[in-house]
Design a protein around this ligand. Structure first.
Ligand code: GTR
Length: 427
């Protein structure tokens, strides 16, 4: 088609706006980030300075955890009384003889209904026992992680009808479709195991997913108090089930449950941070491009905002979080304090430079602002003042990198996580 110069000139301003503009209502301009003061994790609710690790552990850590429970993610129930584990398959020679594969189900009852979270575990065949292990949720079923035909095909509801899913169910065509995000062979070759589960086993990821998830069946909190639907959230439900998987891992003598590194990408990175904050059995927590409601500072309102996430994904956070839409300064905490809740355990925050929606700089500033809490323990955080150059990992107990490319999980990211785990697990 030929466009006359006249039509082209009329369209030009429009085309230029399309190429350069922020999405309507969103800011991608650092100069337009509002002025704000971050809450100080080392000042108690009463305004008293927190100057010792015992004050942190005894009082301040719990105060911050409660704020996140009340204002953001909601509560998590306790451990179910009747928790059972069933081994559903074992293969001593998986992946061409490189791995041992176990599939187990974590089973519990909720209001009389049986629930099952299906966990796929690969263990390095020749490694010393028990093996340290990475654990992380997948987005599309365990069978999407690797083309290994021995992996059970998930029967749960799938969010998208793509990557081999049809009518919101997996088919054989979805096997291995997420394998680029899960370098299983590399992880095993480095001496680590990998455990993964599908987050949709716990609650389908949509606004009415709670009706088919554990939130409609599980009615008491950690202290046995009544738990209403609006008291928790999908992220709390998903994070709670990660702890139930650890309950299993602690019983498995092939696994070193003291060396578990929890990984999560995007919404599952938000989930991992909340799980790592709530359950100190996760020895390392890793956030990959978790963005708003994850590692990124809410007060910067850069990229995805609290208002936008509350509108698009109302089920992820609790009811109370809605009052902070466009009102981030009223939050009693900000996300750097979620990272600080890992202290003194090592934590890693990763960004991708083209993933502006997740606010890479906000993720860095958050990781940096968690540093004083690590300082209290005599541990160094990110160790730099400015966001480091692309593909230059930094940090000691708080690791950070901004990778080239967009919102994804790549071999580069895993390489950094493996190095970080080696360093902290003394390997
Ligand atoms: C986006 C959402 C992000 C992130 C992402 C994902 O739509 O805005 O917060 O969680 O989804 O999980 O892939």
């Amino acid at each position: 088609m030929k466009i006359s110069p006249c039509v082209f000139l009329t369209l030009l301003p429009c085309l230029m706006t399309l190429a350069t503009a922020d999405p309507e209502g969103f800011n991608y301009d650092e100069a337009k980030v509002p002025r704000f003061t971050l809450p100080d994790p080392l000042v108690s609710n009463e305004g008293a300075p927190v100057s010792s690790t015992s004050q942190w552990q005894r009082n301040r850590r719990g105060e911050i955890l409660r704020h996140f429970e009340e204002a953001v993610y909601g509560k998590r129930p306790g451990k179910p009384e009747a928790l059972e584990f069933a081994i559903t398959s074992l293969d001593e020679n998986a992946l061409g003889g490189k791995a041992r594969r176990k599939q187990i189900s974590v089973l519990f009852e909720g209001g009389g209904r049986p629930f099952a979270v299906h966990v796929l575990i690969y263990l390095p065949k020749d490694a010393s026992k028990p093996a340290p292990l990475f654990i992380g949720y997948n987005f599309n079923g365990n069978h999407s992680v690797n083309a290994d035909p021995g992996i059970h095909l998930s029967k749960s509801w799938m969010r998208k009808n793509e990557n081999g899913n049809q009518s919101h169910r997996a088919t054989d065509a979805s096997r291995g479709t997420a394998s680029s995000r899960w370098p299983v062979e590399t992880i095993l070759a480095r001496g680590y195991g990998l455990a993964t589960a599908y987050y949709g086993d716990i609650e389908p990821d949509h606004a009415n997913g709670w009706k088919d998830g554990i939130r409609s069946y599980y009615k008491t909190d950690d202290n046995g108090q009544p738990l209403a639907l609006e008291d928790w959230s999908a992220i709390s439900a998903w994070s709670w089930a990660l702890s139930r998987i650890v309950d299993y891992l602690e019983t498995d003598s092939d696994i070193d449950a003291k060396r578990i590194a929890l990984f999560g990408h995007s919404r599952l990175g938000k989930t991992s941070l909340w799980a790592g904050a709530s359950d100190e059995r996760f020895a390392i927590t890793i956030s990959n491009d978790s963005g708003c409601g994850g590692a990124a500072l809410s007060r910067r309102a850069f990229g995805e905002t609290v208002a936008r996430i509350n509108t698009n994904f109302p089920h992820w956070f609790n009811q109370s979080f809605k009052q902070y839409s466009g009102n981030e300064n009223a939050l009693p905490i900000d996300q750097h304090e979620l990272i600080a809740l890992m202290a003194p355990r090592p934590v890693y925050v990763a960004s991708a430079v083209d993933d502006e929606w997740a606010d890479p700089n906000g993720e860095f500033l958050s990781a940096k602002a968690a540093g004083p809490v690590y300082g209290l323990f005599g541990k160094r955080g990110v160790g730099v003042d400015q966001q480091p150059p692309i593909n230059t990992p930094v940090g000691d107990f708080i690791g950070y990198h901004v990778r080239s490319g967009g919102h994804n999980v790549t071999d580069y990211d895993w390489e950094q996580y493996l190095n970080f785990a080696d360093r902290h697990f003394g390997r």
